[in-house]
Design a protein around this ligand. Structure first.
Ligand code: NDP
Length: 605
């Protein structure tokens, strides 16, 4: 038994289901797309960005030189920094806008925050740091502590600049180095630079009319105000909410994790929903140290990473070490494909198998709502009508249950969103709901311009800016190297493995690649390394031979950040892809590329 469910015998009316999916999508499509959200930086809403966690410390501006500077102190910067230190580069300087390392896990300290991908593969450098995750899905404080552990172990704190935002990055051709300016008056240089700003680091607010009128308290989930709510990120009860009427706007992955905790202590909790998330089983459990000792032989984490990736749709795993919701869908698809007659084992047959497995999975997820939620009307409204990968799949064993609490109420907006915010509360369908506090679980900017999200442009050789270079979509080799930008490296899943179910795997692997390239350049005594135009074009052309983004990003989907809020993302979407043969194949390819020592496609000068 490998746990693969037998293909369901339940009859699904495909046309009726697709019509329902389309109707629900159409309800939510709106012409303003990304523009429906408010930009917080520099404007009237800038106070929503303030750091509630770490006091600001004055310091002198930096005017020195480092071998490697990295923008962003989240997983990308930490794992790249660690690999560089291992490769002998001792002066790595991480520049981070937060008050410590952690990135996502620095900012997101909302109650109940935990990883949605198993800790054994999600948490980076477990083997190197000797840390055993305490749970199958670790909670945020443990993940933040792992970030700090990496920072300490690799001495990355020594050179780091916190509460510091880059204002410009300029290539100095004469000096063959990057000039880095920041909002703290720094002007220092670096031989090499890495960019790992992450895809979801700029909080956004919904542009609901009247949002400025609200007289009560409000904050964004990524800046949780424990002074107001009481409690702490470790799970202490938010006792100060005992006499408060609390509204939370949004029902995405963040809200799904926070709602059960708010439900425990708030006098009243109103959950304002535009689109329900799909909520699959979580089945979290502590990790047994004895079991861990048994599996933690040398190289264990790499084996687990590869196994998890091999269990995704295009992989070919013989066993499933992680066994969770991510691998479940893939196993179902594979089981269905293997039961196809040989003449149907073609791309169309596979797409049909994928669709059928997805329909079954979503039926189960909708059935689960009925099994858990007592009130029939509430249960109906909590059902997600779209394919599972149209929106971020969620996993939780207390979210749906929270709606059975007498103090919790779902305010469904039938796909329209909150109509208006007033001085006292929120309006939906002409009804005003008075509250003391509004919590915005409204997510992060995704589809906006890179320069707007990063807060700076990058100016490479001959004054070419990154905005210009990518005006018609991202172009790179391996998602790491960009022609015209010597000695600069990106760390993100895009145009590499593009493994969305476990983003850290992409990042740790890119860190390894970058360290290998930098070490090679230093060993050669080369001052510049740059991808050639031909190699970049060849890589991009190869990417474009792939199947594209499948479900994620599809215009058939209900709108959200996966598909640019249902708007045509133009060329940007076309290039937002990964290696055509899939993530496992990419990791094998890049490993061989690194090990060959030829660094094919790069020019060292
Ligand atoms: P999301 O963007 O996923 O969710 C935002 C929510 O706000 C959506 O439900 C959206 O509705 C709703 N919304 C927006 N505007 C309005 C409006 N006018 N009225 C009512 N509702 C509105 O943000 P999250 O912070 O939840 O998650 C962002 C991402 O961060 C996740 O997708 C995931 O990738 C990551 N994350 C990961 C976690 C993990 O790994 N453990 C945990 C939490 C987050 P609609 O859907 O209709 O747009």
């Amino acid at each position: 038994m490998d746990g693969t469910p037998a293909p369901s015998t339940r009859v699904i009316d495909r046309e009726a289901l697709l019509a329902k999916y389309r109707a629900e999508r159409d309800k939510r499509l709106r012409p303003d797309g990304n523009a429906q959200y408010l930009e917080l930086k520099g404007g009237r809403f800038a106070h929503y960005l303030e750091d509630p966690y770490t006091p600001f410390v004055e310091r002198e501006p930096k005017t020195d030189h480092v071998t490697f500077a990295f923008v962003g102190g989240g997983f990308a910067g930490l794992v790249t920094g660690a690999r560089l230190v291992e490769a002998g580069v001792k002066d790595v300087r991480i520049v981070e806008k937060g008050g410590d390392f952690g990135g996502t896990w620095y900012w997101n300290r909302y109650p109940g925050a935990q990883c949605d991908t198993a800790s054994m593969v999600y948490m980076p450098l477990l083997e190197e740091t000797g840390h055993m995750p305490s749970e199958k899905y670790a909670h945020a404080p443990e993940i933040l502590a792992q970030c700090q552990r990496i920072g300490r172990q690799y001495q990355l704190y020594d050179n780091a600049l916190f509460h510091t935002e880059i204002t410009s990055l300029d290539w100095d051709q004469a000096g063959q180095r990057w000039v880095i300016r920041t909002n703290r008056g720094d002007r220092f240089t670096a031989s090499f630079i890495g960019l790992g700003t992450g895809p979801l680091h700029v909080p956004k607010l919904p542009g609901i009319p009247g949002i400025e009128d609200f007289k009560g308290h409000s904050f964004h989930t990524s800046r949780w105000d424990y002074d107001y709510t009481g409690g702490d990120p470790l799970g202490a009860p938010m006792d100060k909410l005992a006499d408060k009427r609390v509204a939370i706007i949004g029902t995405g992955a963040t809200s799904v994790q926070a709602v059960p905790h708010l439900a425990k202590t708030a006098k009243q909790l109103l959950v304002f929903q535009r689109t329900p998330s799909s909520i699959d089983v979580r089945a979290n459990a502590p990790i047994d140290p004895e079991w861990f000792q048994g599996i933690a032989e040398e190289g264990w984490q790499q084996r687990w990473l590869e196994n998890f990736t091999d269990n995704q749709a295009m992989g070919d795993a013989k066993e499933d070490l992680v066994q969770d919701g991510w691998t479940d869908l893939s196993r179902r698809i594979r089981a269905r494909i293997s039961s196809l007659p040989p003449e149907q084992r073609n791309p169309l047959g596979m797409l049909a198998a994928f669709e059928q497995s997805d329909f079954e999975k979503m039926e189960e997820i909708r059935d689960r709502v009925d099994q858990i939620v007592g009130d029939r009307e509430t249960a109906e409204k909590l059902k997600a009508w779209y394919r599972q990968l149209c929106k971020r799949p969620c996993f939780h064993d207390a979210y749906l249950q929270a709606f059975n609490n007498p103090n919790v109420r779902l305010i469904d907006t039938d796909g329209k969103g909150v109509e208006r915010i007033t001085e006292q509360g929120l309006m939906v369908a002409g009804v005003e709901y008075e509250v003391d506090c509004i919590i915005y679980a409204s997510g992060f900017e995704v589809g906006t311009e890179y320069k707007r999200r990063a807060g700076f442009d990058v100016t490479g050789r001959d004054g070419l800016t990154l905005s210009q270079a990518w005006a018609e979509g991202m172009r790179s080799k391996h998602g790491i190297h960009v022609h015209g930008f010597p000695n600069l490296f990106f760390v993100s899943p895009t145009q590499g493995a593009n493994l969305i179910s476990n983003v850290p795997h992409n990042l740790t692997d890119s860190g390894r690649t970058i360290a290998a390239v930098v070490k090679h350049a230093l060993d050669l005594g080369a001052h510049e390394v740059e991808v050639t135009q031909e190699a970049q074009d060849a890589w991009v052309n190869l990417l474009l031979t792939g199947p594209g983004r499948m479900m994620m990003g599809s215009s058939d989907c209900t709108p959200g950040y996966y598909n640019n809020e249902g708007q045509d993302a133009g060329l940007a979407a076309k290039y937002n892809v990964g290696y055509p043969a899939g993530a496992s194949a990419y990791f094998r390819y890049i490993d061989a590329w690194r090990k060959s020592g030829a660094f094919e496609g790069l020019a060292f000068r």
